[in-house]
Design a protein around this ligand. Sequence first.
Ligand code: ZN
Ligand code: ZN
Length: 373
Amino acid sequence: MDIRKRIDVFWPYLHAIPEPAFCEIKTSAFVAEVLRKSGYEVQEKVGGTTAVVGVLDSGRPGPVAALRSDMDCLLFKQEDGTEKAVHACGHDGHMTTVLTAAEWLAEEGIPCGKLKILFQPAEEIGKGALAMIDAGVADDIDYLFGLHVMPQDMARAGEIIPQISWTACTLIEAEVRGKAAHGSQPHLGINAIDVGAAIVNAVNALHSDPLLGGSVKTTRFQGGSGSLNAICDKVNLGFDLRSTSNAEMLELRRKVRDIIANTAKVYGAEADSHITGTCPAAEPDASLLPLVQEVIVSVLGQKALLPVKAITVGEDFNFFKQERPRLKTVDMGVGCDLKPGLHDPAMTYDRYALEGAVKVMHELVLRALQERP
Ligand SMILES: [Zn+2]
Ligand SMILES: [Zn+2]
């Protein structure tokens, strides 16, 4: 297969039709059509969403290997107030890689078992993987391979990180309600700003095991009526929590929410908090890593293989392992001279560097399907 030629067919089209979470209409129609033409049995609108699943059945018993790509783009506020859709997280590159590998594997045929291709919506809002898992997509999968393009300070074109250890993330929103009063009579009110400040200070005093690298930051503090002689009766707070450990993340969440509730109580105020988004930390299968490392070296040479990398970013790929622990999963980082960085609307990368990732995914599927789970 002429991989670069296929990249030149898929990437320019997908790059030009960026669609945000759960709105990947043209994108999902395109990938579904390519899969269908390649010989996959295709399911669209999986779980009532834009998700697409392609199945290639060898007709022989064996394990089920799967490749996963996300499909959504990001929205950026323009100066005129409108929003612009941009593939600033490289999901166009992920789709291109997975589509090319999927076509190639269908063309050659797989030795046994089944190959499933997962095109997942809504990664950026952390909801697409769960929607596919809830629809039962992962129930019969034994091996799941994913990829993410990496900024060039982490991997250059031609280099691959065999496993990215993504961090667990949680976002928490809180509302603190005190009691309004005139500034001349502060004793008659409950100043929600004072309560909010006490909450922020208490949260800042939380300490994580340094080896787990947990952190909690206040990311929103809004309140006040605008009148400088009024005691504020309401503030809204926001917090960003991260940890490399899913167990520690549960602890941090509980502590932050306890601080919010109990601090408000001490001041006679009321507070509600809720979690607006989560992503689990990566729990990659240790037994799969040597296979991935070996495949990278055998397909691209020793210099292409980078060390395993932990990064403090969330990725909803990790829900697959958390929700279906029997799955063997690995998410690779692909170097492609990406700059200036992910989630930057001016982000660019070398799409031909995806060629190496296509070869690695192709070989990983063939190797996985030779082994019994
Ligand atoms: Zn992203
Ligand atoms: Zn992404």
